[in-house]
Design a protein around this ligand. Sequence first.
Ligand code: SF4
Ligand code: SF4
Length: 344
Amino acid sequence: MQQYFYLKKEDLGDLLSEINKSHALFIPSKKDDDYIYLSFSQLQPEEIIYSIYRGVEPIKSFLTHSREIVNEYFQSFDSSAEAKPIAVFGVKNCDLSSLTLQDFVFEQGIEADPIYKKRRENLLIISSDCTGFKKTCFCLAVGNKPYPEKNFDINLSPINNGFVVEVGSSKGETLIRRLSQYFTAATTGQIAGSKIKRDNVVNDLSQHLASVNMPPKDALQKNVREGYESGVWKEQMLTCVECGACNFICPSCHCFLLADDMRENKSRRIRIWDSCLYANYSRVAGGANPLNTRAKRLRNRFMKKFDFFPDNLGQFGCTGCGRCIEACPAKIDIREVLKALAKK
Ligand code: SF4
Ligand code: SF4
């Protein structure tokens, strides 16, 4: 099947409305300077917009929930509220890139997580290019582009009066076939136009990152490794209040806790997102805690993101989305930690 199509701007709402008939569709809605995902069914036609940059919620929120009963959920999967598959519109590349990490953890180990696997198979991803960026975005500094390259079903790249639509998977191909009335073959001029827009965003973001003074991507792993004994971890963590916000908002973080309890004479197993910056994150039953200081916990976080993942997966465990910078009440900025390590 052909890979590039054209969608008229005025047809976007109708296309999403059609997708919402077969899926529970979520789309970004503008709130001040942010985009929050809302159910398509909650929105008025004039509220259907194209998001310029990534939303507040990471895409992992659609795949593992912050707190959920996992044994009962799986037993009743087919009759659950999720029987209608989820579709997400406006997913940006920092989130698509995080899916490679989430898939590695939840699907590619000794056992695949059955809940994650089912949700991932069912998830329809309609991604889109970033046409701007937040001051906190730094995807280019960790090797990601501000436009999708993989892990999407279809991708929308805006051009003057519409979108170049790229097909990224067989699921995307099926969607285009089913709703073929909205698509025509994209011309080479339209494809070239979308590439020019992409290049412009890359140039603007590169200039922004040069002004922020980010260390070179190829030095990040070495800086983190060589900074193992440095005082940076302690200095940076003086203000941390161990709220876990940086982990929970991060599209790449994936640690969780399992707990059992009884409710109405039925046992339940609950899965809860965990935070590697919590004091008890690594405490074992006997009371020993190898990560017993905030400095050690921050170092562990960076070792995993900038040393373990490049070695094991060929990409950083940070996609440069900048969400943790905005979420941290203590104003701890991942870019400043990386810059401080580069100076040591
Ligand atoms: S560590 Fe921060 S910037 Fe990197 S992916 Fe996670 S939330 Fe985004
Ligand atoms: S968001 Fe900030 S204060 Fe909260 S755990 Fe993370 S680094 Fe600490």
